[in-house]
Every structure is written in structure tokens, then in C-alpha cells.
Design a protein around this ligand. Structure first.
Ligand code: AMP
Length: 395
């Protein structure tokens, strides 16, 4: 059998990120991004081994953009596509693994729209567009939340009245599950330990950030909650604040819920603390130049990350290693070093030279002698979605 090709699609409200994954090739034969969909500036960017190219598609919606993307994907796949894997943000309590998409599972995603009102409808429109363009191709949904469905109840329940959970689904779900699952398995491979008999702390640090405790290949706790706002300091998200902040801002400034929600999601985090940028590259450069806001944002980010990792350790009986991943985790050696300064009590010590070497896609161990393992592992959510799609095709 020749190596199979899976198209991986990640739809946002006005964007489609896509990658063609071939099971025998480590790089993607074709990938790209359609953005500003629904506007006169809609554009699709394609990238393959011979370069980059952009196509203006004024006013294209998801379906129109996919209609442009799919013939190129088919050509790059040598005329044969085996399936499509869709990233879906919220699977609620219904989806604890990736699933073949059909009328029943689509209704299940629809039923979770309340839990992810911005993301799930966008995911659904991408799925419906792909299904109408390719009705005979198997399509699979891979959920950000599914990996965390193994959390025990004491980790996923909030201390609020029970009916809010039983009748309205108010609980911690967690996100970034595809990445936590992929990198914890890769970490076990790199450390030559069995994934089903090893325990990891994982820090996924991108524009969104979360930590996870992984035991024998299963999530036991994670820092994000009902929504991706809970937990760590992120690019523009505050992470944890006192829940009474809403009340305080309403009483003192007269802010309504929409304004408070927007401030916590879009104006906070690194951006809010630094007054400069949501981007860790800019923050680390400005910090080196002595910018006080960037210095504060960096310090709060690292301290809160260390605090979250220490609390995740409660979910482990043994620790085989700590894994850094995501744009910041894979590249910002200074963030890794500063975070681990706060975790000496857990025995972590970093090797400066190895830490500096593991950037731009280089995986490896960066601990000093006597420290528990510390690994840098590039994440690859697209490949994990393709692997899940292939596994369901085989089943
Ligand atoms: P992601 O969402 O995984 O693409 O990660 C985006 C984040 O990674 C942004 O905050 C980037 O600034 C950060 N990042 C990427 N490269 C670097 C780098 N060399 N140093 C610091 N942060 C980086």
C-alpha cells in the first residue's frame, strides 16, 4: 500500500489553517492559511517545498476558500486523498476520543456550541463545507478537550452548586489536548520509556498556554478549565484572576460582562502587563533592553508557569520529566531557564548550553546532572490529527 495522504483542517471564524500530511514524510507536502474570509481582503496563502504563493479570493467564505484549496491539495497528494481530519475545539463530555464524522457526531458537536460559542460554529462550518465538497471521503473530528476527559472528578469539578454541573455542564474541560497527547508520547519515545508507564508534566506555551499532568498516556489534570481563559498568563489572556474581579469592575467602573470578558481575553496577559506586545519574542527583546513593562510581563509569566507546574505535580506519583512545547516552549530558552529557577524545590536544574541549543525545532534533554529530565519537544498537532484520522480509517 502506498503512503496515505490526509488533509488536516483547522477552521476559525474567518480563517482556515490547513496541512497535507503524508504518513511517510516528515514535512508537509503542502500547507497554508486562508484568512479574512467573508471580507473583500480574503486571501489564501500556500506553502510547499518550492516556495510560497498567495491567492486573493475577495468575499470568499469557508466553502469558497476550501473549493480553491482542495484541487491543489489533491494535486500535491498525487491525485489521491485518503481522508480529512478536522480540529474541533470543544467536545464537552460527549467526545473522549477522535471520531468519524456523520450526522450523529455532527449533532454532538452542535450540542456543545454553548460551551464554545466562537469556536465550534466555525469548526462546524469547515466540516460542512468539506463534506459537501468531498461527500465520499471519510472525515474525522479531533477534539482539543478529548484527551482531558480522563481527569478524575476531584480535578475537573468546580466548588460551585452541583446543578450547575449536572444541568449546565459547568466543569473544567481543558484544551490543547492534541498537543499534550502528542508531546508526552514523543517525550516517552525520546527518553526510551513506555508511554503507558511513565509520568510527565507538560507546558504547552504558544499564544495560548496550558500545563498538563500526564500519567501513563492519560491526562490527570490541566490548567485550562471551562474555557481556555483559566490558568496561565498567555499572549492576551489573563489566566487566573480573582472571580470577584467581575463584580469589582462592574461596581467601580460600571463595566458590563461583555467588556470584562473582552478585556480578560484580548487585552490582558503579556500584552496587558507589558503595555507593549502579546508576542514573547518582542517581550524578551524589550526586557533585554531594560523595558520595565516587558520585564514585569516576563517575570509574572515565568513565576505563574512554575506555580502551575508545581501544582500539577500533585497529580503524579512519580516524575519522569518536564516537557516544554509550543512557540515559546520550543524557542524561548530564557523563559525555560527563568521558570526552572522557581522549581528548585522539585530538583530541577537546567544545563545552559543544552538549553540554548534546543530552539527552532531541535528536540532534546536540557537538564543538568542530578536533575529530573527536562525536555524540549516540538509539537505537531497536524500530524497527531492525521494519525488519529488514519487510525479510524484502519478501524
Ligand atoms: P504558537 O502559538 O505555538 O505559534 O506560539 C506563538 C508564541 O511563540 C508567540 O508568543 C511567539 O512570540 C513565541 N515565539 C516564537 N519564536 C520565539 C522565540 N524565538 N523566542 C521567544 N518566543 C518565541
Amino acid at each position: 500500500m502506498s503512503a496515505r495522504n490526509i488533509l488536516v483542517i483547522n477552521c476559525g471564524s474567518s480563517s482556515i489553517k490547513f496541512a497535507l500530511v503524508n504518513e511517510a514524510q516528515s514535512s508537509f507536502p503542502l500547507q497554508g492559511l486562508a484568512e479574512r474570509l467573508g471580507s473583500p481582503e480574503a486571501v489564501i496563502h500556500f506553502e510547499n517545498a518550492s516556495g510560497k504563493e498567495s491567492l486573493q479570493v475577495p468575499d470568499a467564505d469557508h466553502q469558497a476558500a476550501l473549493a480553491q484549496i482542495l484541487p491543489r491539495v489533491e494535486a500535491a497528494a498525487g491525485g489521491h486523498l485518503d481522508g480529512i481530519g478536522h480540529r474541533v475545539v470543544h467536545g464537552g463530555e460527549k467526545f473522549f476520543a477522535s471520531t468519524l464524522l456523520n450526522a450523529e457526531t455532527l449533532a454532538g458537536i452542535e450540542a456543545n456550541v454553548q460551551l464554545a460559542p466562537l469556536h465550534n460554529p466555525a469548526n462546524l462550518s469547515g466540516i460542512q463545507a468539506a463534506m459537501s465538497l468531498f461527500p465520499s471521503l471519510p472525515q474525522v473530528g479531533v477534539f482539543d478537550t478529548a484527551f482531558h476527559q480522563s481527569m478524575p472528578e476531584h480535578a475537573y469539578r468546580y466548588a460551585v452548586p452541583e446543578f450547575l454541573y449536572t444541568q449546565h455542564g459547568v466543569r473544567r474541560y481543558g484544551f490543547h489536548g492534541t498537543s499534550h497527547r502528542y508531546v508526552s508520547k514523543r517525550a516517552a519515545e525520546l527518553a526510551d520509556l513506555p508511554a503507558n508507564n511513565s509520568s510527565w508534566l507538560v507546558a504547552h506555551l504558544g499564544n495560548g498556554c496550558s500545563t498538563c499532568a500526564v500519567v501513563n498516556g492519560h491526562s490527570r489534570d490541566t490548567s485550562m478549565g471551562l474555557t481556555p481563559l483559566e490558568g496561565l498568563v498567555m499572549g492576551t489572556r489573563s489566566g487566573d484572576v480573582d472571580p470577584s474581579l467581575h463584580n469589582f469592575l462592574a461596581n467601580t467602573l460600571g463595566w458590563d460582562l461583555a467588556k470584562i470578558d473582552s478585556m480578560l481575553n484580548k487585552e490582558s496577559g503579556l500584552k496587558g502587563l507589558s503595555g507593549l506586545s502579546n508576542d514573547m519574542r518582542t517581550i524578551t527583546e524589550a526586557r533585554e533592553a531594560g523595558h520595565p513593562g516587558a520585564t514585569l510581563a516576563f517575570e509574572v509569566f515565568c513565576y505563574r508557569l512554575a506555580k502551575s507546574l508545581a501544582s500539577m505535580a500533585c497529580a503524579l506519583e512519580q516524575l519522569d520529566g518536564l516537557v516544554f512545547t509550543g512557540g515559546i516552549g520550543e524557542n524561548a530558552a530564557v523563559v525555560r531557564a527563568r521558570t526552572l529557577d522557581h522549581l528548585k524545590l522539585l530538583g530541577f536544574k537546567i544545563d545552559a548550553e543544552a538549553n540554548a541549543r534546543c530552539v527552532r525545532g531541535v528536540a532534546g534533554e536540557i537538564q543538568a546532572a542530578g536533575s529530573p529530565r527536562i525536555l524540549v519537544v516540538p509539537t505537531n498537532e497536524e500530524r497527531q490529527i492525521a494519525l488519529d484520522t488514519l487510525a479510524l480509517l484502519d478501524a
